[in-house]
Design a protein around this ligand. Sequence first.
Ligand code: MTE
Ligand code: MO
Length: 289
Amino acid sequence: MPGVRGPSEYSQEPPRHPSLQINAKEPFNAEPPRSALNSSYITPVDLFYKRNHGPIPIVDDIERYRVSVCGLVENPKELSMAIIRKLPKYEVTATLQCAGNRRTAMSKTKTVKGVGWDVSAIGNATWGGAKLSDVLELVGIPKLTSVTSSGGKHVEFVSVDMCKEEKGGPYKASIPLNQATNPEADVLLAYEMNGEPLNRDHGYPLRGIVPGVIGARSVKWLDSINIIAEECQGFFMQKDYKMFPPTVDWDNINWSTRRPQMDFPVQSVICSFEDVDVVKQRKVSTILQ
Ligand SMILES: Nc1nc2c(c(=O)[nH]1)N[C@H]1C(S)=C(S)[C@@H](COP(=O)(O)O)O[C@H]1N2
Ligand SMILES: [Mo]
């Protein structure tokens, strides 16, 4: 893609907050202390969890940056940031959570593959950008459609970062077209996080934000948006981020029997203590006073 590239090694990573707990260094995966989750309603950007599958892309020239919107559309287009910024700007406060959040605790019951996370692979931010439904209108797809005249049913987001799971290819994921074209679903092409331009870790210059859906579908560093007939066939849609019953193991798994995870259940956790904190037992008479 013009203007942005996904490097193949880790020599140009951005600076990060020292209080992040690093769960994997390369690719960089880190979460804040629990206190960062309940000390403010909006999670500060530098403490927001960082979930990556490859080195952080580098913007060489924002003027040349384009995101292409193509596939099963009448008028494919290459959109500059100037064009995206001209569309109405929306600010959506949405929680993003990695589907792997709390994996460390799950592994205590049965070993789970993947980066170990405590409870803080979750954060709440105000995302600013254009609605995907407005962007899709620019290529001739009307609002609230479940199918285009040319047969598209899914919207695939493709990035520039290179990940080993995709054999060095880019990270990608898709959502159904009827969610992408529904203005009320608030799916954004975001260029701001908490009122500031997105930083490199979180997807500069442009990322998808799909509220209510596992973080894996909110693709960072967008390269292209493809209108496709079948759901994205990438690793993170077909070979990961799926839920199986306890009877299924790595040696008998049949991935195609389950749908990719999209929305996820509500859960709760105590954040006013870290796991290692010791709470003194108080006498009943003291508590009643
Ligand atoms: N291009 C790209 N997009 C990506 C990822 C990635 O590795 N590459 N990780 C995904 C996952 S699994 C999650 S949970 C969120 C994390 O977003 P954050 O790092 O801004 O918190 O981004 C998603 N989008
Ligand atoms: Mo994730």
